[in-house]
Design a protein around this ligand. Structure first.
Ligand SMILES: [Zn+2]
Length: 64
């Protein structure tokens, strides 16, 4: 089972760490786990990930 590919910061060349980041989507916001560079703090989110998160956010707020 291939879980996650090891991501590296393109700038620093260090492995990214999964951190809880504050994400804003439209007028909504939430905390979510994303790969973050521990050196420069760059958050990495692919387009696919962004779409998935956007759906998650919509679902979360629809449930309330
Ligand atoms: Zn970096």
């Amino acid at each position: 089972m291939e879980e996650e590919r090891k991501l590296k910061c393109f700038k620093c060349g260090v492995p990214l760490e999964i951190q809880t980041v504050f994400l804003e989507y439209s007028c909504n916001s939430l905390h979510t786990d994303l790969p973050v560079c521990p050196v420069c703090g760059q958050v990495y989110m692919s387009e696919e990930m962004a779409r998935t998160k956007a759906v998650e956010v919509e679902q979360q707020f629809e449930e309330k």
